[in-house]
Write a protein that binds this ligand. Structure first.
Ligand SMILES: Cc1ncc(COP(=O)(O)O)c(C=O)c1O
Length: 410
């Protein structure tokens, strides 16, 4: 048998290497949905755990009670316990699980066992910054839920307490599903939770975008402010490998959720990923507060510097943001810069600056690289020269980027 790699294998190796060099060393990543994983967490992704199973679920077969379907799991199971305990500490929750494979799977894993088919939920519509997955044709269709809009019509798609409370009282939903893909400002959560609980509704908080800020004590503490369940992705402002977390103080809900995790929305939970998430949680216990504070400080500094250079941003009067995101104001961008947000993003991509095509700019990964508020005027200048003026700033970006070879906050 030949050990000589085929041309396709060589091509694949080359593509992965080129990707790693480009995304890991040559660009500034300002996509708010992504982050950089620490070297130790990355090493766990490539560990032997990557190919292993464990299923610590009690089953009965042929008169025998089994506590796992597999052998060889003595370390795997301890790793998972360590991860879940760390998640509970970081999110100040009585119970937590790191099993969901992603934020979306975490959402399905919460909604499916807690809400019977036919239940009514309130969710923020996608055209007001809500997550597309909660639009009627997607997760709700799969789970047999009806969705009514929870308006996010304040500055920067924020939710106003008075509006939310009156919609909750009118609609009397079974659950209020908070969380947005365009997520700038915390919710008036206590008011929302009081109104929801008064009509017997659960408050489910999808913190996919802001989970790293919540972990560091910034933004808001959903479980302290009235949310029944917090869940989300582990790879946006939370700087871990791609995955999902669920946390709650409510034993009754966790006891409903937990047995349904396996076999409803997944089987194998990918224990190499869980080891990586555990490492990230432990890192955040050490440095999460400074990490989260620096992200928000960078967002505010970048927002101010972009606005000073004439960049139209949403929620200017509300102070731009309290999160890791900034949003270009699309209509004003077209009117003032004469170009759409998608075209700006494509121009910037060619100049080694990645923002997304839907007008969001994120500061989590550049914070992880070590950029500080004092660096934001320079970053804003490069964004404006590259995005508005179509200047060839790529070489300057590349030289600056090479001064940040490692990660901070790990
Ligand atoms: C608010 C929100 N929830 C859930 C998801 C899905 O997360 P994942 O990609 O981890 O499945 C997203 C994705 O961007 C999101 O913005």
């Amino acid at each position: 048998m030949s050990r000589c790699p085929t041309s396709e294998e060589r091509r694949l190796r080359n593509l992965v290497r080129r990707h790693d060099r480009w995304r890991g060393r040559e660009v500034f990543n300002l996509l708010p949905s992504e982050n950089a994983v620490s070297p130790i967490a990355r090493s766990y992704l490539a560990s032997d755990l990557a190919g292993r199973y464990t299923l610590p679920v009690t089953t009965e077969a042929d008169g025998e009670v089994l506590d796992n379907s597999y052998t060889g799991t003595r370390y795997t199971d301890q790793i998972e316990q360590l991860a879940n305990a760390a998640a509970a500490r970081v999110f100040q929750a009585r119970r937590a699980t790191t099993r969901p494979l992603s934020g979306h799977i975490a959402a399905l894993s919460v909604l499916a066992p807690l809400l019977p088919r036919g239940s009514k939920i309130l969710a923020i519509p996608p055209d007001q910054g809500g997550y597309d997955g909660y639009a009627p044709g997607f997760a709700p269709a799969l789970l047999g839920l009806s969705v009514r809009p929870l308006p996010a019509d304040g500055p920067g798609h924020s939710v106003e307490a008075e509006t939310a409370v009156s919609v909750i009282r009118r609609e009397r939903p079974d659950a209020v599903l908070l969380g947005q893909s365009f997520f700038l400002f915390p919710y008036p959560l206590r008011e929302i939770a009081d109104a929801a609980h008064a009509v017997g509704a659960l408050v489910l908080y999808d913190g996919s975008h802001v989970l790293g800020l919540v972990a560091g004590g910034e933004f808001q503490q959903p479980l302290r402010e009235g949310a029944d369940v917090l869940f989300g992705s582990t790879h946006k402002s939370f700087p871990g490998p791609q995955g999902g977390i669920i946390a709650t103080d409510r034993d009754d809900l966790f006891d409903q959720l937990d047995p349904a995790l396996v076999w409803r929305t997944f089987d194998n939970a990918h224990w190499n990923r869980i080891a990586g998430v555990a490492q990230t949680l432990l890192e955040l216990e050490r440095v999460g507060r400074e990490y989260a504070r620096t992200i928000v400080a960078n967002s505010l500094a970048l927002g101010g510097a972009l606005a000073d250079l004439g960049t139209p941003l949403v929620a200017e009067r509300a102070g731009f943001t309290r999160s890791h995101q900034l949003h270009l104001d699309r209509p004003r961008l077209r009117a003032q810069w004469g170009i759409g947000a998608g075209a700006v993003a494509r121009r910037l991509e060619a100049q080694r600056l990645l923002i997304d095509l839907v007008a969001r700019i994120g500061t989590a990964e550049v914070t992880r690289l070590g950029l500080r508020p004092r660096d934001m005027p320079r970053l804003a200048d490069l964004i404006v020269r590259g995005g508005r003026d179509g200047e060839r700033v790529g070489p300057e970006v590349g030289r600056w980027r090479s001064r940040f070879p490692g990660l901070r906050f790990d």
